[in-house]
Design a protein around this ligand. Sequence first.
Ligand code: ADP
Length: 505
Amino acid sequence: MGLQGNPAVFDTDALLRPGVRAFLGERHRLLIDGVFVDAASGATFESFDPATGRKIADVAHAGAEDVDRAVRAAARALEGSWARLLPAEREAVLRRFAALVEGHADDLAQIEALDSGKPASQIKAVDIALGVGALSYNAGWVTKIEGRTLPVSVPDMHVYTRREPVGVVAAIVPWNFPLCQACFKLAPALAAGCTVVLKPAEQTPLSALYLGRLALEAGLPPGVLNVLPGFGATTGQALISHPGVAKIAFTGSERTGKHIARSAADSLKHVSLELGGKNPNVIFADADVEAAAAVAAIAIFFYSGQVCAAGSRLMVERPIYDRVVETVIAEAGKLKLGHGLSGDTFMGPLVSAQQLQRVSGFVSRAAESGVRVAQAGTAPQGALAGGFFHAPTVLVDADDTAEVTREEIFGPVLVVQPFDTLGELKARANATSFGLSAGVWTRDVKKAHATAAALQAGTVWINTYGQFDATAPWGGFKQSGYGRDNGAESLEKYLQTKTVWTALA
Ligand code: ADP
């Protein structure tokens, strides 16, 4: 780290906590069976700071041989050390794990900010808080997983069910919420008695490795949590094809999700998928318009729009349309773009040059097709000129057939459209293959709940946006996936039922 002889480049080194500086200086190796090891092939890949474009680490790249070793270790722990712990002991380990993640929140936030570009303060307040919440919530479930006694109509039989872990879980997570998504998957998996092989995204491998270190410190026996950084086509593909994996818990793109579901069908692996979204955020004319418009800006520009729940399609009742467009553009103009380690940054860069190119492509094609583009603010220059920044952008009056209205852009780009009637709104908002989330803003309680019921989405927020909690199921309708993160429903997906019959006579 450091200026590396180029004083024009943003100096991250001065802002780093000592623990983070030490961590970055270490070798970043795979966690297999309780030990950090190099990849069998010796291969590594580079991880970059997207705010400067500079390399921050070389990371071991897990190949098929490493995947095999990790899955075998997880299978041994499943039957052995993890199964042998009493429920109260497993709960205690998970509670220690949660406490350690919370205790290292500042280091984790900086590591993830460097790797992903997101603001460290937001990572601490949102990602880490949600990750710790998932670990604590699921720790509480360990002692409450119960079977049932069944009133069968067969004489002289005692019949009961046991809830058993599904087996080794492959948790495959994306780059936009690396630590939080990892916790959303491994917390219920571990609570259910499963063991886990975690594959972070190739763009953001570092916080998962730090998490692995904390898991060992918390007392998770070797093999219970394995961490394998690497690419989708290599590490990910080897993991989803491995016969020892019983369940794949995935968050990521629709394309990869469908590929996983297809390949899992051959060996009937359990699959849960949280995929993309093009989420309508609906403001009726009777809403608190200023509050709704201000939140609408945050709903899309938070994390530079790299959020599957982003309120990326703002639908506004016509009488207040111009006022909302004006307010959203003004709010967007106030957002400070900068390095994720700077305390005053609201919006960091996009995660990679490739993502910047993709998002810019959507905007320029929209402009060429006649959509009005309102750019609010500019990407930072000077010391951050090498970063992958995209200014907050509002696309006004795109029609329903436009690419930017239909597709998930995954960047700080908001499409705003007017509507006239509730019936029209429902039809248009639902005419999408996605169904992840939606927002509804109105002071009319009947209209609020009628609209919430009518929208095809896994989560609807009324007079708020983007709320999450460990108890609240999160996942999609339609092409946004199946299965849920969070809540008791997510735990269910890591359990299977065994029915036991006993003859009493
Ligand atoms: P994005 O396009 O946003 O990077 P992906 O769905 O490709 O989203 O990535 C999400 C996660 O899925 C990442 O950890 C990535 O490495 C992984 N992945 C990508 N392709 C595959 C695959 N064929 N098999 C398993 N995992 C994959």
